[in-house]
Design a protein around this ligand. Structure first.
Ligand code: UDP
Length: 242
C-alpha cells in the first residue's frame, strides 16, 4: 500500500455532489461510494478532516426568493451541512472508518461542539473528523469554513472534490475545447475570477500559504492517487510554477 505524502488534509465537497443525478437531497448510492473512496484513501495513513456543503438541501442565497431573511436562510444552510455530515458519518462507519462529527453550532445531542484542540486530538487518533455547520456564522460559505478549519488544524493541503477534472480555462460542461489548467497562483484565481472557491476562501488560503488541489471525485481511486503523490487536477498555490 502506497503511503500518503501528506500527514493531514482537509477534503471539501459541495452538498450537490451528494444529490447525485437528483436536483436536491441525498443519494444513498453516492454517499456509499464516496465513503468507500475515502476509506481506501485513508488507508494510506493520512489524517482526514471533511467539510461537506449544504447546497443540496438549502442555500442562504435562495432564501430571499422565499421571503426568508438572508441570515436566517444561512442558518438553515448551515443546518443542512449537519444533515449531510450525519449521512456521511453513517456511511463511513459502515465501512469501518471511525469518525466524529463536530459542529460549529452547538447541538449536543447529535454532535460534539467544534473545539480546535479536540479536533486535532481526534485526528491524531486516526478518527476522520467531519467539520459541520460551516463557520457557524452567516454570510460565509463552506469553502471558507474548509479553508479556515484546514488552517486551524495545520493541514498540509485543502483538497476540493468536484465533478470535473480541475480548473479549466472555460466551463468544461459547456465548451468541448476547454483546457485543464494544472497550476495557478492564488492571485490568478482571484484576478481571473475563476469560480472554483469564493474569494474569501482563496484569500484565507493565500494569506496562510495553504495549497489547494481541485480534483475529480467522480473517478474511482482519484483521491488515493492524489494523496499518494500522483499529480492530478489543478493545484493553486503561491508559487508561479509549482
Ligand atoms: N453557510 C453559512 N455560513 C458558513 C457556511 C455555510 O451561512 O460558514 C450557509 C450558506 O447559506 C450556504 C449554505 O450554508 O449557502 C450551504 O453551504 P454552501 O453554499 O457552501 O454549500 P455547497 O455549495 O458547498 O453545497
Amino acid at each position: 500500500m502506497n503511503k500518503s505524502i501528506f500527514k493531514r488534509v482537509v477534503l471539501k465537497f459541495s452538498g450537490e455532489v451528494l444529490a447525485g443525478d437528483k436536483e436536491f437531497g441525498i443519494s444513498a448510492d453516492v454517499v456509499k461510494s464516496i465513503a468507500s473512496e475515502i476509506s481506501d484513501a485513508k488507508a494510506s495513513g493520512v489524517e482526514i478532516g471533511l467539510v461537506i456543503g449544504g447546497g443540496n438541501i438549502f442555500r442562504g442565497l435562495n432564501a430571499e426568493d422565499s421571503n426568508i431573511d438572508r441570515a436566517t436562510g444561512d442558518q438553515m444552510g448551515m443546518l443542512a451541512t449537519i444533515i449531510n455530515s450525519l449521512a456521511m458519518q453513517d456511511a463511513l462507519e459502515n465501512v469501518n472508518v471511525e469518525t466524529r462529527v463536530l459542529t460549529a453550532i452547538r447541538m449536543d445531542e447529535i454532535a460534539e461542539p467544534y473545539i480546535r484542540r479536540r479536533a486535532v486530538r481526534h485526528l491524531e487518533k486516526g478518527r476522520l473528523t467531519l467539520f459541520s455547520a460551516g463557520t457557524g456564522s452567516p454570510y460565509f460559505t463552506t469553502d471558507t469554513a474548509a479553508a479556515l478549519r484546514a488552517i486551524e488544524i495545520g493541514a498540509d493541503i485543502l483538497i476540493k472534490g468536484t465533478k470535473v477534472d480541475g480548473i479549466f480555462d472555460k466551463d468544461p460542461e459547456k465548451d468541448n475545447d476547454a483546457k485543464l489548467i494544472k497550476h495557478l497562483t492564488y492571485m490568478e484565481v482571484l484576478e481571473k475570477n475563476l469560480r472554483v472557491m469564493d474569494s474569501t476562501a482563496i484569500s484565507l488560503c493565500m494569506e496562510n500559504n495553504l495549497p489547494i488541489t481541485v480534483y475529480n471525485m467522480k473517478k474511482p481511486g482519484n483521491l488515493k492517487r492524489l494523496l499518494t503523490g500522483e499529480k492530478i487536477g489543478t493545484t493553486v498555490s503561491g508559487e508561479k510554477n509549482a
